[in-house]
Structures are given as structure tokens and as C-alpha cells.
Design a binder for this molecule. Structure first.
Ligand code: GRF
Length: 290
């Protein structure tokens, strides 16, 4: 249950505890203030009292949780949370609102190509941007062939500037897919997209992940350790390499005569088969929760 809430709200354990405390303290403050205010009306406890109390606490509740959220450091979360409730009440967030997605890739882009294909003509998911840090990478041609705008990024602004949040905003990006993107994702980006960035790793995490574990290095390590199986891991992204919660894994056998190249081919088959489908499910879930 708590794990589900963490994922749904895209927060870590400490923030989840603080959010729950805010709900509890905000609720108590709201009840207390409601009762104190009713004293001013000087009416007997009865039907009218209860009715007024319910109306009062409904009005007071958002203000109380917002107030409590300030000292507990959860103000940003609660402004987002309350604005979602507000939109829902006004019927603005119907399930047909579209989600614009950015794919971050810096390699050949075979996964990006599959994902683009999967969501072509999708009713509410739009691949709106391809972000790449390597001029000349194969994925750039795939993007152009599919009329998808490309954003070429450089280290300084990505790691020490605004992490290109301004550009993402321009394209209304609501979700990010990493598909062969090798740079670490800075806290600015994970903070702006909590629970909304996914990655695929070509091994069975938590093994064979972390800094330096990419592409051929992963497969070479798997073979060197004489593993009998390897596979893919699709996971949420946090500030650490290959660390966020795992959403999905699939396995394939490693045979004695496998080389990093042959193993990479097997892994690619799994990636192409599952990554687009898993993303579709994650986005569907996200849409249902809006
Ligand atoms: C994939 O193997 C993926 O697991 C890893 O990078 C590779 C990208 O391949 N993160 P491609 O560029 O999609 O062909």
C-alpha cells in the first residue's frame, strides 16, 4: 500500500511520511478550527450544526493542509495535489487529455523507433520530442523521419543549468522515456518529473547496474561471471544510476558460446518486444490517476 503511494505520488519514504503527517495534522487542525468557528454561530448540536460543520471543514481543509505543509516542507506537493482535485471537480482533467512524451536517446535508437511506432496515431499519447546528446546519433534520423522535433543538449546546461526544463515546458512534456541515454539524470529533472521518467537497462537489476555498466560492458560482465540467464529491467528513474523501482523484468538464457554481441542481440529482442508495451501500461495508469 505504502509502496503504491510512493510510486503514485513519485516520492521517497521520508516525503511519504511527511505527507501522511500533513494529512493527519491538517485534518485535525481543520476539525478543531471548524468547531471553534461554530461556537460563533451559537447553535445547538443537531442537524443544522452537523450540516454547517461539514460545509466549514470542506472549505477549511485545503487551507489547513497547505498551512501544515509549509513547516513540513511539503508545500509544493500539496499545491500540485490540491490543484489536481480542483481540476477533477471542475471536470477539466478528463481521461482524454493527451500526454506529450520525450524520448532521451543517444545511440542507434532501435528502442526509440519501436516506441515511436507503438504510439503513432495513439489517441492520447504523443511522442513530442527526441532529446539527444550526440550529434550524428542514429536516433536523430529516426526522429526526423517521423517528423518529431529534436533537442540536442550539451553537458553544461544539462548538469549545471536548468537541465533544459524550459524546452520541455515549451513542448508540454509530461513524461520521459530513456532509451539508450547514457548521461546520469540530474536531480533538477527527476525533481520536476517525479515518477514520470522510465529507463530500460539491458540486465537483471539490481545486478550489473550502476556507473560504467552500459551496452557491451554489461553483457561482457554477465558472460565473465558465467551467468545462466540475463534479461531486461524497466524501471523508474531517480538520481542514482539504474536504481529506481523496477516496473518489469524479462529473462533470456545465456549460453556457453554467447559473446557480448550475441547476448546484446537477444536482449534487444526482449527490449523491442516489451518496452513499448510496458510504457503504454505505465502511461495508461498515469492517465487513470489524473
Ligand atoms: C539498449 O540496450 C538499452 O537497454 C540501453 O541502451 C541500449 C539502446 O539501444 N539502455 P538502442 O539505441 O535503442 O538500439
Amino acid at each position: 500500500m505504502l509502496e503504491k503511494l510512493k510510486q503514485r505520488w513519485g516520492v521517497n519514504e521520508l516525503n511519504l511520511i511527511l505527507i501522511i503527517c500533513t494529512f493527519a495534522l491538517g485534518g485535525s487542525l481543520c476539525g478543531y478550527t471548524g468547531r471553534r468557528l461554530l461556537v460563533l454561530f451559537d447553535i445547538d448540536k443537531g442537524f443544522l450544526w452537523v450540516l454547517l460543520y461539514i460545509i466549514l471543514i470542506t472549505i477549511l481543509w485545503p487551507f489547513c493542509v497547505l498551512l501544515i505543509s509549509i513547516p513540513l516542507g511539503q508545500f509544493n506537493f500539496f499545491t500540485r495535489y490540491l490543484s489536481k482535485i480542483w481540476k477533477r471537480m471542475n471536470g477539466k482533467n478528463k481521461n482524454n487529455a493527451s500526454i506529450s512524451v520525450a524520448i532521451y536517446a543517444s545511440g542507434a535508437g532501435s528502442n526509440a523507433a519501436r516506441i515511436i511506432e507503438e504510439f503513432k496515431d495513439h489517441p492520447y499519447i504523443k511522442i513530442a520530442l527526441v532529446v539527444c546528446n550526440k550529434p550524428g546519433a542514429g536516433v536523430l534520423k529516426i526522429a526526423t523521419d517521423n517528423n518529431i522535433p529534436v533537442l540536442l543538449i550539451e553537458k553544461e546546461r544539462f548538469f549545471r543549468g536548468d537541465a533544459y526544463l524550459e524546452e520541455l515546458k515549451k513542448h508540454s512534456i509530461g513524461f520521459i522515456i530513456l532509451a539508450g541515454f547514457l548521461w546520469k539524470i540530474p536531480a533538477k529533472l527527476t525533481g520536476a518529473y517525479p515518477g514520470k521518467i522510465v529507463n530500460i537497462h539491458p540486465a537483471l537489476l539490481p545486478n550489473y547496474g550502476g556507473k560504467g555498466m552500459y551496452g557491451g560492458f554489461v553483457h561482457a560482465a554477465v558472460i565473465a561471471n558465467k551467468e545462466k540467464e540475463s534479461g531486461i529491467s524497466i524501471h523508474y528513474v531517480d538520481e542514482l544510476y539504474d536504481h529506481g523501482n523496477i516496473i518489469f523484468q524479462a529473462k533470456c538464457p545465456v549460453s556457453d558460446d554467447d559473446t557480448p554481441d550475441t547476448l546484446a542481440q537477444k536482449i534487444h529482442v526482449l527490449e523491442h518486444q516489451h518496452y513499448p508495451k510496458v510504457i503504454a501500461l505505465v502511461l495508461q495508469q498515469m492517465q487513470n490517476q489524473r
